[in-house]
Design a protein around this ligand. Structure first.
Ligand code: NAD
Length: 238
């Protein structure tokens, strides 16, 4: 039996699948990840991306932050790929209970998924730090330099920056889904960013699947390892 056939069997038998994913899920939609060789971390900027995308940098150098952010973090024309679409299909069939994602691009929802736990927030939501008013991402793009609310406050993307904490309710919900999952599929993530990556430790089942292009620190724990591009792999699943 091939790995794909085995995965297909587990999916057919289960109605309690949980997916845990990262930036690699969206690379086939044209959004670069961070750590691949063609990812953002291997491109040259005046500051490393981890520095620019930190809370301290956002506070101290907001103009530089927004220049990078508008240029490198917003891909509003990106479309869901076969992986996003398959996950949405499984949810609609009642097989998949939740997607826990580190992504901030909104592509799972664009594909039709509803129960998406966004650990690191979303570029599609933005709010004024002073009065709390919400802004669409298109508003940010229309404004120049540091986007400002009509009240004078700075508009901040609802994205978790380095040094910032994760939303407690989202974390707790993610733990519950993962703890109770029958099949846990981890896909398109280097599992290098904590505390998000630590969530998979809550899984108690015996069908832990890792689908990734390169090796991950958890490959040895996987009950099934499928190496390759997730969109190509998911397009072969039923
Ligand atoms: P990462 O860049 O650290 O790792 C991506 C992983 O996905 C790598 O192991 C890579 O080999 C693999 N990969 C790349 N393309 C793949 C494909 N087509 N199929 C299968 N595997 C593939 O990303 P991460 O682990 O998600 O952590 C980085 C952080 O970056 C996250 O917190 C996330 O918020 C943020 N991020 C998000 C986006 C997005 O929303 N699309 C994009 C870049 C970074």
């Amino acid at each position: 039996m091939t790995e794909i056939e085995k995965l297909n069997c587990w999916i057919e038998e289960s109605n309690n699948i949980v997916f845990f994913g990262g930036a690699g899920v969206s690379t086939e939609s044209g959004i670069p990840d961070f750590r691949s060789t063609d990812g953002l971390y291997h491109q040259k900027y005046a500051y490393p991306p981890e520095t620019i995308l930190s809370h301290t940098f956002f506070r101290k150098m907001p103009e530089e932050f927004f220049r990078f952010y508008r240029d490198k973090m917003l891909y509003l024309n990106a479309e869901p790929n076969a992986a996003h679409l398959k996950l949405a299909e499984w949810e609609a069939k009642g097989k998949l209970k939740a997607i826990v994602t580190q992504n901030i691009d909104g592509l799972h929802q664009k594909a039709g998924s509803h129960n998406v736990l966004e650990l690191h927030g979303s570029v599609l939501r933005n709010y004024c730090e002073k009065c709390g008013r919400s802004y669409a991402v298109e508003d940010i793009l229309k404004m120049e330099n540091v986007p400002k609310c009509s009240c004078g406050g700075t508009i901040k993307p609802d994205v978790v920056l380095y040094e910032e904490g994760l939303n407690q309710k989202t974390m707790e919900a993610a733990v519950e889904y993962i703890r109770n999952a029958d099949v846990l599929i981890i896909g398109g993530t280097s599992l290098a960013v904590y505390p998000a990556a630590g969530l998979i430790d809550y899984y108690q089942g015996n069908k832990l699947v890792v689908v990734n292009k390169t090796s991950t620190p958890r490959d040895r724990m996987a009950d099934l390892l499928v190496q390759g591009k997730i969109g190509e792999i998911f397009s072969q699943l039923s």
